[in-house]
Design a protein around this ligand. Structure first.
Ligand code: DGL
Length: 268
């Protein structure tokens, strides 16, 4: 794979941006393709079969059109549920997973919540992932459905309707309290959730928020060792939307991203 080929990153919408920010900080000279797959939002409410089909086809689309040297599946939902079933081609593929050990390290109570999408918290694969992490026995892990909060981000309400966002997040945190009021650490296990950090810290000062984005950037850097671009300066960011270019534009402009968006057609 050529050193000058881009890194492709995708999710169901704006979620990727929390990952892109960290990877671009680590590897600023690289060129990036960011695909916001709005056509298939929300990944978190798709069945296993639908999700596998979407992700396999998206990877094939990106490979065929851009020959990326690395594909980052910047989405916990398919990383946890279907990444292990994806047929690989020439590109390396990495995903994003709940940073449970980082959460355990900072928690004082040993009570942690994984905030992830509706079907992820219900999935067998998340249980298997948790089991594979060899959690020390006094630690308690709660899985919490964060799809309502994910929607606040994708619709842009977190920027344009702060009162509603505050209300929804407050209700969700109260529900989490009802399940386990000793939780002092949450993993942001939808890439949409880091955009709500300010709300979390205002509503629950002292709650530890664990974002895996830096770990993903470190993994990408390690994998590309010896395969970095030779170009100097800041690399390019090309943004693609599989639908609703305008609504994506509204949100990302408010986040300070100025690149043009190209709408593409995914026929699956
Ligand atoms: N941002 C995605 C994740 O990390 C999922 C959001 C969705 O439901 O599409 O899981």
């Amino acid at each position: 794979m050529n050193n000058e080929n881009p890194i492709a990153i995708f999710d169901s919408g704006v979620g990727s941006l929390s990952i892109i920010k960290e990877i671009r900080n680590a590897l600023p000279c690289e060129n990036y393709i960011y695909l916001a797959d709005k056509k298939h939002f929300p990944y978190g409410k798709k069945t296993h079969t639908e999700l596998l089909n979407i992700v396999q086809n998206t990877i094939e689309y990106l490979s065929k059109n851009f020959s990326p040297k690395l594909i980052v599946l910047a989405s916990n939902t398919p990383s946890i549920q279907v990444l292990h079933e994806i047929k690989k081609n020439d590109s390396e593929i990495i995903g994003v997973f709940p940073p449970i050990h980082e959460a355990i390290t900072v928690s004082k109570t040993g009570h942690i919540a994984i905030l992830a999408t509706q079907n992820t918290v219900k999935s067998l694969e998340l249980d298997e992932y948790i089991q594979s992490q060899n959690i020390p026995s006094p630690v308690k892990i709660t899985k919490f459905n964060a799809s309502r909060m994910v929607e606040l981000v994708e619709t842009g309400d977190f920027l344009s309707n702060k009162e509603k966002s505050r209300q929804v997040i407050s209700e969700e945190l109260s529900m989490l309290d009802e399940i386990d009021n000793l939780v002092d650490t949450i993993t942001l296990s939808s890439t949409h959730l880091p955009f709500l950090n300010e709300y979390f810290t205002t509503l629950r000062p002292g709650l530890h928020l664990i974002d895996p984005a830096k770990l993903v950037a470190e993994k990408a850097t390690k994998l590309l060792e010896g395969n970095f671009t030779t170009a100097a300066g800041k690399g390019r960011l090309e943004i693609l939307a599989s639908q609703e270019k305008r609504s994506l534009e509204t949100v990302i402009r408010k986040l300070g991203i100025q690149e043009e968006i190209r709408e593409i057609c995914l026929d699956f």
